[in-house]
Design a protein around this ligand. Structure first.
Ligand code: CA
Length: 197
């Protein structure tokens, strides 16, 4: 009798310990999320991304160099609270610091690359994908550095087009009246024929 009584007493003690354990787990579950909200771990922080909106991966036309292209950078978290520095590098040259969207001087015709970099307030460095673009002269519609036969073909394909047409090509709209590819654009192209960047 006493032995079974002791066993009953032991079972009761186990139940109390188990209830206390459940109580402690409930308390931890109630308390922990409020602490977690105040000190997020790295895994809980949103991922940061940085990219280039402008320039785009295409051919730009300029009558002369240096040519100023607009630089527009997009990043996923606010600069003022998160980033301590933003800069860019053209063709792998030394980084240039920027304070928001600006224009960048492109000093030579041909193919170029640009990468944007950022450093956050904790000193972590980020880089955008590298973007490629071409700078060339008016009349060089295919960006090969010369006003030649392929450019005349591209102009012919856009002949009589206006901006709403599928064959519209703004690069071919070389001469007034702007907004329509006409004989004056082709005459201007002929005057450029043979030029090289
Ligand atoms: Ca060409």
């Amino acid at each position: 009798m006493e032995l079974s009584g002791n066993e009953n007493g032991g079972n009761t003690l186990k139940r109390i310990i188990a209830l206390e354990a459940v109580f402690m787990m409930l308390m931890a579950a109630l308390i922990f999320p409020s602490f977690a909200a105040f000190s997020p771990t790295d895994a809980q922080r949103p991922a940061f991304s940085i990219g280039i909106v402008s320039p785009e991966n295409r051919t730009y036309i300029s009558e002369s160099v240096p040519a100023n292209l607009s630089l527009e950078v997009q990043h996923s978290l606010p600069r003022t609270e998160f980033l301590s520095w933003i800069g860019y590098s053209i063709d792998g040259a030394e980084n240039v610091t920027v304070e928001g969207n600006t224009t960048i001087p492109i000093t030579s015709y041909g193919s170029h690359s640009i990468t944007v970099y950022a450093t956050d307030v904790n000193g972590t460095d980020y880089a955008s994908d590298t973007l490629h673009f071409t700078l060339t002269i008016p009349g060089d519609f295919n960006g090969n550095g010369q006003v030649d036969i392929p450019d005349v073909v591209l102009a012919a394909m856009a002949f009589e087009a206006t901006p709403s047409d599928p064959n519209w090509n703004p690069d071919v709209d070389l001469a007034p009246v702007f907004g329509r590819i006409d004989i004056f654009d082709l005459a201007t192209l002929v005057s450029y024929y043979g030029n090289s960047a």
